[in-house]
Design a protein around this ligand. Structure first.
Ligand code: NCD
Length: 327
């Protein structure tokens, strides 16, 4: 039985995966299927009134398409009112502090603030001082908790289907995360999340793209792609974050492709059942070949669909769980 049946949600905010217990993570995952069903309704309204009359503000200080639209859609499917503020339209460009901007938004009685910020820790600072429910939609290189939750949910759904066991967990599942771990908040949240759920995580990439001492997070590390994927149940390609690299961290794109790209050639070393995942946006044919991204093992678009349900589950638990100790 999942640990989530024994616990209640009692956090005001979702600032990261690191502070969560396995039971809390499983509670979110177990809350999502009802929202998958809402989005899949063939007839009738693809909405539930759980956040009716509430105000959800999407406050993004970095470019984002899928995360921002996913949160916006999740809020709308919960019947909330939504507002979007981007950094270029907010008064931060005029020098206003994050606290002042949020105090002004809160004066209009916001309930949930979804924030993406290039500074690690920004959501935590706001969560400690403000009454709104803060959801971290990505802070610097630190965490991207809803991405990790939707990834874990997508993997769990496939494990359950594959084993014909509707209660199967991630215990013992091997996930190989390939590429630019150094710059990736997705990788950090995924490592926390998958480890807490009992999965084995193996990181693989050029030494310059793997953080020093990353083994301390309880992961295996290799620089040999075939070794990483030969027994993997999931192969998770990360985007090479060219925009975050101050200097070239690998000799050439051609070299990276030869050693680390997930393509039909390298995939010959992986088990036939291995799933292919990527958080998006993809640098097509750099970290992931088009034939694999669009191939039968890819669950990349399922990740996107599940993202809406996971974000509905998170906002529902934060707002409707009677709780409210700090994050
Ligand atoms: C990621 C992000 O912005 O952290 N994308 C996403 O949220 N779907 C990963 C990335 O940009 O590579």
């Amino acid at each position: 039985m999942s640990e989530s049946t024994q616990i209640a949600w009692n956090r005001k905010d979702l600032t990261g995966i690191e502070p969560l217990s396995r039971g809390e993570i499983e509670l979110i995952l177990d809350t999502a299927p009802q929202f998958v069903a809402v989005s899949k309704r063939q007839s009738g309204i693809k909405k539930v009134p759980l956040l009716q009359g509430r105000l959800v503000v999407n406050w993004f200080h970095e470019p984002s398409t899928r995360t921002r639209t996913s949160f916006e859609l999740a809020a709308k499917r919960l019947s909330a009112d939504t507002l979007s503020i981007t950094a270029s339209t907010s008064s931060s460009v005029k020098g206003e502090t994050l606290h002042d901007t949020l105090a002004n938004i809160e004066a209009m009685h916001s309930d949930v603030i979804v924030i993406r910020h290039n500074c690690a820790g920004a959501p935590h600072i706001l969560a400690a001082r403000h009454a709104s429910h803060i959801v971290n939609a990505g802070d610097g290189r630190h965490e991207h908790p809803t991405q990790a939750l939707l990834d874990a949910f997508t993997i769990r759904e496939h494990v359950r289907k594959h084993t014909s066991n509707p209660e199967a967990t991630l215990d013992g599942v091997k996930v190989a995360i390939i590429g630019d771990v150094e710059h990736s908040r997705v990788a950090r949240s995924d490592i926390w999340c998958l480890n807490k759920l009992g999965a084995r995580v193996c990181l693989c990439g050029p030494a310059t793209l793997l953080p020093m001492d990353v083994e301390r997070m309880g992961v295996e590390v290799t620089h040999d792609l075939r070794e990483a994927i030969h027994d993997a149940d999931v192969i998770y390609a990360l985007r090479i974050q060219l925009e975050r690299q101050a200097k070239a961290l690998f000799p050439s794109i051609r070299e990276y492709i030869r050693l680390f790209r997930i393509d039909s050639d390298s995939l010959q070393s992986a088990p036939a059942h291995a799933l292919i995942m990527h958080p998006g946006p993809i640098n097509r044919d750099l970290e992931l070949a088009t034939e694999v991204a669009d191939g039968p093992r890819s669950v990349i678009l399922e990740q996107v669909s599940n993202g809406v349900a996971i974000r509905m589950a998170v906002m529902h638990l934060l707002v409707n769980s009677g709780n409210k100790s700090g994050s």
